[in-house]
Design a binder for this molecule. Structure first.
Ligand code: NCD
Length: 304
């Protein structure tokens, strides 16, 4: 059974195919309107979500399929103590494909090992978030026309930000990638991600706390929210939450073709005044997320 738990479950060739299909879906949505007729997606969301859950629902419905969902841990049998493994066996009886978001790292993998249908990881704790990365990759491709030869700045909560971990894992497979890791000391990229995806692959990178010092050289700036829900104490969160706030004034030193990204939700990291800047790509990411998930659902159902 083919599932998507980690972005490296997909080869570079498969990512290129998904990006092509998503672009075709954007141009000719009518061609795909019945591609998944009669199929059911189960959306199991045990953590808050707006974009990811609704984009999965929108994607499945745009393919002619339908959706059943759990929208909070409190409203499901998880609250009664049901294991993820038992949930997998149960929901396999009702659906053809599942997407899961869960606060525990590894939950999607456990679901996939016990499910009889393909499983898509829609975010497992502070670990990874491969479909956000597909969204990000489609956006980068549409903006830059390539994945190679890019200087990519990742800024904010690199420790708990699962979208950052998956994006680094994906981009480090292309040539000419350079990473600039911008975060407070306490929110640095976890050493396991740095070792596996950056150091062992010999990718050039630098680490800094100072966004302004590195902003002029970036092709992509990926801003992130400080992940309040993963902090052990509120005091640390309050101290760190506004470490970086991107404003139009700061962007004066940036490249004219900088691509400003954010997985959203944003809190304070990007001032709303930046939204009118043509370099702001975060609402384009939202739109792209629907189409790349359509392409992914179609692929996994075809291979099931
Ligand atoms: C991200 C997530 O859930 O990790 N959101 C999303 O899926 N677009 C980022 C975040 O919550 O900060």
């Amino acid at each position: 059974m083919r599932s998507l738990i980690d972005i490296t479950d997909l080869s570079k060739e498969e990512i290129a195919e998904l990006v092509d299909t998503a672009q075709d879906m954007i141009a000719h949505p009518e061609k795909y309107a019945h591609a998944c007729d009669g199929k059911i997606l189960a959306a199991l969301f045990f953590e808050p979500s707006t974009r990811t859950r609704l984009s999965f629902e929108s994607a499945m419905q745009s393919l002619g399929g339908s959706v059943i969902s759990v929208s909070s841990a409190a409203s499901s049998s998880a609250a009664k103590g049901e294991s993820v493994a038992d949930t997998a066996k149960t929901v396999s009886c009702y659906s053809d494909i599942m997407a899961i978001r869960h606060p525990k790292e590894g939950a999607a993998l456990v679901l996939a090992k016990n499910a009889l249908v393909p499983v898509i990881n829609a975010g497992d704790g502070g670990h990874c978030h491969p479909t956000q990365t597909l969204t990000d990759l489609l956006t980068i491709y549409r903006e830059k026309g390539r994945f190679d030869d890019l200087t990519v700045g990742l800024c904010g909560d690199l420790k708990f930000g699962r979208t950052v971990h998956s994006l680094i894992n994906a981009l480090s497979r292309y040539s000419g990638i350079r990473f600039v890791l911008i975060s407070p000391e306490e929110l640095k990229l976890p050493s396991y991600v740095k070792k596996d995806a950056i150091k062992d692959r010999g990718i050039p990178y630098e680490q800094t706390e100072d966004l302004m010092e590195v902003l002029p050289k970036l092709d992509i700036l990926y801003m992130t929210r400080v992940q309040r829900e993963r902090f052990f104490n509120e005091e640390d969160y309050l101290r760190l939450k506004d470490s970086y706030v991107l404003t139009p004034e700061k962007l004066r030193v940036a490249k004219e073709d900088l691509c400003i990204m954010h997985p959203l939700p944003r809190v304070n990291e990007i001032s709303v005044a930046v939204d009118d800047d043509p370099r702001a790509c975060y609402f384009k990411q939202v739109r792209n997320g629907r189409y790349i998930r359509m392409a992914l659902i179609l692929k996994l159902l075809k291979e099931a």
